[in-house]
Write a protein that binds this ligand. Structure first.
Ligand code: NOJ
Length: 543
């Protein structure tokens, strides 16, 4: 019968690297569990059907009950919302859709009173076209200091009617848009790696540095506990903006040779950000880093750059023991040599929800529950995406309601990310499920989510929400979750087990047969054991 072997009879093919202690264990974020709030979709304190800051504050009791340590708020700064806040027109103000500065101060104070840290998204790669700098650049002439804050170039061809290079936008279509000059004639082109409403800043311009410093200090002085840095592997561009042989332009999953990202000059930018952050030693930076090569990934979290870097390997891995183990080993290896802390995430506002990714339905839910136990068993920092604690799947939305700029820019060939951004169902038996006191929600909530509401899951001991609560409580309280090392056991095909230094054992069964458990007391399992065995698509914790 398939069984997991204990350390004493561990198979000799145990080749897993052993990670060094990370970050000295002194910083609050090193073992923290962050909870990502997509503000439009978390809770509406009003009636417009769009989530907001008062809505979040109102739910802090729930978040405390859930047991998370810190919030990461996707952007709440002033924005025309072409990319739902990732197009910032004033980085030092709150968008009226979400509230105002007083609402933000109030949320931060209330969260702190409950022992919850608050971090914000920071978007330094680009601004909105409505940012005053970009408006000034449009008014100004080619070659002016106003244009020098962005990446304006003359077009190719005799009349300049061809874009300056062949780069595509991540969201589809070209990465360049041509402007009309003050004489009414077609003029220069500006670069936008994302939507045309998101012009890229020129990070060789000192104004850009000075303004980001103002923004960092503005929020840190207000008590913000840190930042998630959007497109942290972007910002620096190669001098000559070379053409590229494009094999792939997958949404937010660029390859390592993509000239739009990961240019060596980006590290000087991070080192500079760090000099500001070091004046606020209790605040953290976590960068969005889509870089595959482990050595190049690790460069971002050298001691004088970012504190943490998002590693997306777990979010990309299929549900197989080998793929998941490889993702874990890779993520640990990527930070080991620079003494950094590993980070773990299964989903966010850009990727398909894990229940759907793992096959949907009961199987998808079982696997997502299993993967939560795998994630929370690992040493390092965990990031949970709002709604994953309810086991929400991606919603199947009709074309008519899609809002992601990807849908338009791809000429309706890519549906985009709206399916993972549907508002949270809180209570009751029909939409809007207590999300708003109004009637509609900015994206429709599927009527069959009635059994997934917070209210209904809080009552059920076997719900995904109850599993999250129990798992988070055990992770926070049990000494077995200590230590930085992961030691792999020999395991049956398509299963694995690892042991943390502190003694926690995590077993994953991704196979189609039940497996015997190694000796030990079962702390928690994602699916009840049957006759002492761990069923398929399940994980368990033992001590
Ligand atoms: C990454 C963010 O996570 C994504 O949602 C956004 O569209 C792009 N950066 C552009 O800011």
């Amino acid at each position: 019968m398939a069984t997991v072997t204990t350390p004493a009879d561990r198979s000799t093919d145990n080749t897993a690297p052993r990670s060094e202690p990370s970050g000295g264990g002194r910083d609050w974020w090193n073992n923290a569990v962050f909870y990502q709030i997509y503000p439009r979709s978390f809770a509406d304190g009003g009636t417009d059907g769009v989530g907001d800051l008062p809505g979040i504050e109102d739910k802090l009791g729930y978040l405390e009950l859930l047991g998370i340590d810190a919030l990461w708020l996707s952007p709440v700064m002033r924005s025309p919302m072409a990319d739902h806040g990732y197009d910032v027109s004033d980085p030092r103000d709150i968008d009226p859709l979400f509230g105002d500065l007083a609402a933000m101060d109030s949320l931060v104070a209330a969260a702190h009173a409950r022992g919850i840290k608050v971090t914000m998204d920071l978007v330094p790669n680009h601004t909105s076209v409505e940012h005053e700098w970009f408006q000034a650049a449009l008014e100004a002439a080619p070659g002016s200091p106003e244009r020098a804050r962005y990446i304006f170039r003359d077009g190719k061809g005799a009349d300049g009617s061809q874009p300056p290079n062949n780069w595509p936008s991540i969201f589809g279509g070209p990465a360049w848009t041509r402007v009309t000059e003050s004489d009414g004639k077609p003029g220069q082109w500006y670069l936008h790696i994302f939507a045309k409403e998101q012009p890229d800043l020129n990070w060789e311009n000192p104004d850009v540095f000075a303004d980001l410093e103002k923004t960092l200090r503005f929020w840190l002085e207000r008590g913000i506990d840190g930042f998630r840095i959007d497109v942290a592997h972007g910002m620096a561009k190669p001098d000559d903006l070379p053409d590229h042989d494009w094999n792939t332009n997958e949404l937010l999953r660029n390859s390592d040779d993509d000239p739009r990202f990961n240019n060596p000059a980006v590290h000087a930018i991070h080192r500079w950000i760090r000099t500001v952050m070091d004046e606020y030693p209790n605040a953290v930076t976590v960068g969005e880093i889509w870089v595959r090569d482990n050595v190049r990934f690790g460069e971002y979290i050298r001691p004088d750059e970012l504190h943490l870097g998002f590693n997306f390997r777990l979010a990309e891995a299929e549900f197989s023991a080998d793929a998941i183990r490889a993702a874990i080993e890779n993520s640990i290896r990527a930070v080991k040599d620079v003494g950094g802390t590993p980070t773990w995430t299964l989903s966010n506002h850009d990727v398909e929800r894990e229940v759907t990714r793992y096959g949907g339905g009961e199987t998808g839910t079982s696997r997502a529950r299993a993967m939560l136990l795998v994630e929370l068993a690992l040493p390092g920092t965990c990031f949970l995406y709002n709604g994953s604690e309810l086991g929400l799947p991606n919603a199947n939305l009709p074309d008519s309601v899609l809002q992601d700029p990807v849908w338009e820019r791809s000429g309706h060939t890519e549906r985009g990310r709206d399916g993972c951004r549907v508002p949270i169902p809180w209570e009751g038996s029909a939409p809007p499920f207590g999300f708003t006191t109004g009637t509609g929600t900015w994206l429709p909530i599927p009527a069959d989510w009635a059994s997934l509401t917070v209210e209904s899951q809080l009552e059920r001991i076997d719900s995904t929400l109850s599993l999250y609560r129990t798992a988070l409580e055990l992770r926070a309280q049990r000494p077995e979750f200590s230590g930085e090392e992961v030691d792999w056991y020999g395991s049956p095909t398509n299963c694995f087990a690892f042991r943390r230094t502190g003694g926690l054992v995590c077993v994953l069964n991704a196979s189609t047969e039940s497996i015997a458990m190694p000796p030990g007391e079962v702390l928690l399992s994602s699916t009840p054991l049957t006759a002492g065995k761990l069923p398929p698509n399940a994980a368990a914790w033992l001590i």
